[in-house]
Design a protein around this ligand. Structure first.
Ligand SMILES: [Zn+2]
Length: 235
């Protein structure tokens, strides 16, 4: 099995998608068996739905939080967090909103689609809220409904966050893509950016993807199996 010596790289970026969380048992949103087959996103995951019935939308997200809390980070999450402790620069860029990387101990994380563990008041900004139930559905200062700080259907991606991600993709010299199909933009363009700017690119996915050919190394495996053995320092 191929190994990578992390000391040969200045900045290692892990880019993680739904497959990374699915390995922990977190239900995916899109695709077969995904949440959007069971629930209509029009009723639960867009600004219109929130404006119509904020309570219903918040209750739905509490259900997501409960499900996520019943799942645990896997060996792949922990391998990334461990590497961050011993390597000068490791960044996680994730499409997932479930906070699994944080629970495994990762610190340097860019969340492209927001987080299940944050709420946003239109007047008073973002607050962290961790737990199954939200501490309050309404802002303590102004009584506005608090909105999950998540990119919903119809929302623009946060430009600041995207720019931050693009910056690290250009800057890194090792890019490891995990559990992402590579079809949803702008994330689908990320491996290309990393490659263009000279990073070595590795893909870890149990299945071949449409963009597997773009990678220098394509590992057909789960993250939990592959990651703990991928990084080996020289003796
Ligand atoms: Zn407020």
């Amino acid at each position: 099995m191929q190994t990578i010596n992390p000391d040969e790289y200045r900045h290692i970026v892990f880019f993680t998608g739904a497959g990374m969380s699915a390995e922990s048992g977190v239900p995916t949103y899109r695709g077969r068996g995904g949440i959007w087959n069971e629930y209509r996103w029009e009723e639960y995951a867009c600004q219109d739905a929130f404006d119509r019935d904020s309570r219903k939308v918040l209750e739905f997200h509490e259900l997501r939080r409960k499900t996520v809390l019943e799942c645990q980070p896997h060996a792949g999450h922990f391998a990334i967090a461990e590497l961050e402790k011993t390597h000068p620069k490791v960044t996680v860029v994730t499409q997932n909103i479930d906070g699994m990387h944080q629970r495994a101990g990762s610190k340097n994380i860019t969340e492209l689609h927001g987080s299940l563990w944050r709420l946003r008041c239109p007047m008073h900004g973002i607050t962290e809220d961790i737990g199954e139930k939200y501490k309050s559905y309404k802002c303590e200062h102004c009584d506005n409904w608090l909105r999950p700080d998540i990119i919903w259907f119809g929302d623009m991606l946060d430009e600041f966050v995207i720019n931050q991600a693009v910056f690290v993709l250009r800057e890194c010299d090792l890019f490891v893509s995990i559990g992402t199909s590579g079809v949803v933009y702008p994330a689908a363009g990320f491996p290309r950016i990393a490659k263009e700017y000279g990073a070595k690119c590795i893909e870890i996915n149990p299945e071949q993807t449409k963009i597997s050919f773009m990678y220098d190394i394509s590992i057909q495996s789960t993250a939990g199996d592959a990651l703990p053995h991928l990084f080996q320092k020289a003796e």
